[in-house]
Design a protein around this ligand. Structure first.
Ligand code: SAH
Length: 356
């Protein structure tokens, strides 16, 4: 069988046999590339659910936030709506509808690598234009960008503290010989110089993550906004780094799974380091707002009033609307762990919803 047709686990096993251990980042990148092209993972029948799939209110408020900052920054001509990893296109459809109410009708550009999800997106937003990465976005009008649960799907590398110092965490075949199973171990190459001095003396087994892929994309996006004008709203679950911790996790059928078993069959994510994303934007000359909790941000934008209005016009759905509102905002649900951060062109207005 040609190597391309082999199941992903066999291909990774062959790579390891031939070339030695692979990095966690390489493993995660290969696993997610396969995962997202081979299925639509969203929704009750899939593996996980995201904010725009919980309620139309989420996409609508994102759209209103973009329309608001665009209007207060002088209605610049030819705006582009740019979404990274749009999933089913639900957020975009809801956001574009809300923007339309504010007389904003941007051209739509999606950055999406999965052919399967591009098909789903086309059904919801037929006039979108698709891109493999940010490089091919048109030059010209200002960029109104959205990334919801996008950066968490990008690969992280992991460093692990050993008695001999910091090492890159690498992936080998599982030593129990189970087919399709892998396991992490400390690699041999010293990595101490890649660890911030404040964290260098961490206890044995401590893990430090970084996501060069996320930093690269955040920087590319920020450079475009610096050049063309505009703003971006990034929403994800994450933290303000640098911080220790192994956040790599796998979800399958709405349950936690072993991230190193069955690569490409479960959704791999890692928490997003908002500090790094913000620093990339600052380096490109942008202003950064947040991160603040998703719950506080949505409340500042008026989710409570929007929910009350929806419930009034559809009383039979009142319970469902209230449960969605609470799921998106409650502290013990998505309200705090999920965070919002805005990147804004220096000449544009301040971002709404960030004075917690
Ligand atoms: N934003 C959507 C989907 C989140 S899932 C929502 O909130 O429902 C992650 C999305 O990012 C999927 O659309 C996936 O195909 C896409 N994706 C993952 N890695 C990507 C990459 N490197 N480049 C572009 N899109 C990617």
């Amino acid at each position: 069988m040609p190597a391309d047709d082999l199941p992903l686990a066999d291909r990774l096993a062959r790579q390891i046999d031939a070339g030695g251990p692979i990095s966690v980042a390489h493993f995660m990148a290969e696993a997610n590339a396969h995962y997202y092209t081979s299925r639509d993972p969203l929704g009750a029948a899939g593996d996980f659910i995201t904010a725009p799939e919980i309620s139309q209110m989420f996409g609508e408020l994102v759209g209103l936030w973009l329309a608001d900052i665009w209007m207060r920054s002088g209605h610049k001509a030819n705006p582009l709506y740019v979404e990274l990893g749009p999933g089913r296109g639900t957020l975009a459809a809801d956001a574009l509808r809300a923007m339309q109410m504010a007389a904003l009708a941007p051209k739509v550009h999606f950055v999406e690598t999965s052919e399967t999800l591009r098909d789903r997106q086309k059904a919801n937003v037929p006039h979108a234009v698709w891109h493999d990465d940010l490089d091919t976005l048109p030059l010209g009008g200002p960029i109104l960008a959205v990334a919801n649960e996008f950066f968490d799907a990008l690969p992280v590398r992991q460093m692990v503290a050993t008695p001999k110092g910091w090492r890159e965490r690498v992936v080998i075949r599982a030593r129990n010989g189970q087919p399709g199973c892998f396991e992490p171990m400390a690699g041999f190459r010293p990595m101490d110089s890649a660890v911030p001095p404040s964290l260098r003396h961490a206890p044995e087994g401590a893990i430090l993550e970084s996501s060069p892929a996320s930093a690269t994309i955040a920087y590319a996006l920020a450079l475009r906004i610096a050049k063309q004008g505009g703003a971006a709203i990034i929403i994800d679950y994450g933290y303000e780094g640098p911080a220790l911790g192994d956040t790599l996790q796998a979800v399958r059928g709405h349950k936690a799974a072993n991230p190193f078993a069955g690569p490409g069959e479960s959704d791999l994510t890692a928490h997003v380091d908002f500090t790094t994303l913000g620093n990339m934007a600052r380096q490109a000359g942008l202003r950064v707002f947040g991160p603040v909790g998703q719950g506080g941000w949505l409340k500042a934008l008026g989710i409570d009033a929007r929910a009350a209005m929806l419930a009034q016009s559809a009383p039979e759905r009142a319970e469902e609307i209230e449960s969605a509102r609470s799921r998106l905002t409650a502290e013990d649900q998505m309200g705090t762990l999920f965070k919002a951060m805005a990147l804004v062109h220096p000449d544009w207005a301040s971002a709404e919803g960030f004075n917690e």
